[in-house]
Design a protein around this ligand. Structure first.
Ligand SMILES: [Zn+2]
Length: 227
């Protein structure tokens, strides 16, 4: 049996507060986070409130409230601590994307405009293109919460490269190699969502493509060289 690491439970518990601080959980208990331990493969994930765990605000989450499951969804930690209802979606992402070690499922204000309209978001700035990794952040087909179908749809929208996808009429999913990166992606997703909405007010937002972006500049490109 793999060792359960207290420090990873602390990290996930702290990330619950970040969801609220960063405006990604307007109901204070919307959305959820998880991380995958690079050594054991175990997944540390926010809980599903229950009679044993009456949590109604993510600010109340402590390390003992964090659920630990394996890649098949079996609870390997405290049996009374159940994983979030969106655990099937988190699992589908970890199963398909071996490059992903953290997930932030948000209900952000600006990205929710696109989720509500079931519209994808074009990357209109360099930082969105570079950080999220695609020219278009896709909106997954609608599926009910807590279903494997929702996970399947999100996996399809993420594809092999994207670090973000929208969930139709629901919210967004951002991924990364760490919770820091997944939160950075979530921040950029809100920023690009706002940029596209305001872009429509002043004209037509223009997608920046990888062709526009070109190759990353080298040191020699940036620093004048002595002749
Ligand atoms: Zn949600």
């Amino acid at each position: 049996m793999a060792k359960i690491k207290e420090e990873l439970k602390v990290e996930v518990a702290e990330s619950a507060k970040l969801l609220i601080e960063k405006g990604l959980s307007p109901g204070r208990d919307f959305g959820d986070t998880s991380l995958r331990d690079k050594e054991s493969g175990l997944i540390y994930i926010l809980p599903r409130p229950s009679i044993h765990q009456p949590i109604c605000d993510w600010n109340q989450v402590g390390p003992d409230d964090v659920s630990v499951i394996n890649i098949h969804g079996e609870n390997v930690g405290d049996p009374k601590v159940l994983p979030t209802v969106e655990a099937p979606m988190h699992l589908r992402i970890y199963q398909e994307r071996t490059d992903v070690y953290s997930i932030v499922h948000s209900h952000g204000e600006w990205s929710s405009v696109f989720a509500g309209a079931r519209q994808s978001i074009p990357a209109v700035t360099l930082d969105a293109l570079e950080t999220i990794g695609v020219e278009e952040i896709k909106c997954a087909e609608y599926a009910r919460i807590a279903t494997k179908e929702l996970g399947d749809n999100v996996v399809k929208a993420l594809g092999t490269k994207s670090k973000a996808a929208l969930m139709a009429n629901h919210g967004a999913v951002c991924v990364g190699i760490s919770l820091d990166e997944a939160f950075l992606v979530a921040h950029l997703l809100e920023k690009v969502s706002m940029q596209v909405i305001f872009g429509h007010l002043i004209g037509k937002p223009i997608t920046i493509t990888w062709e526009d972006f070109g190759d990353a500049p080298t040191y020699e490109d940036m620093v004048p060289q002595e002749q």
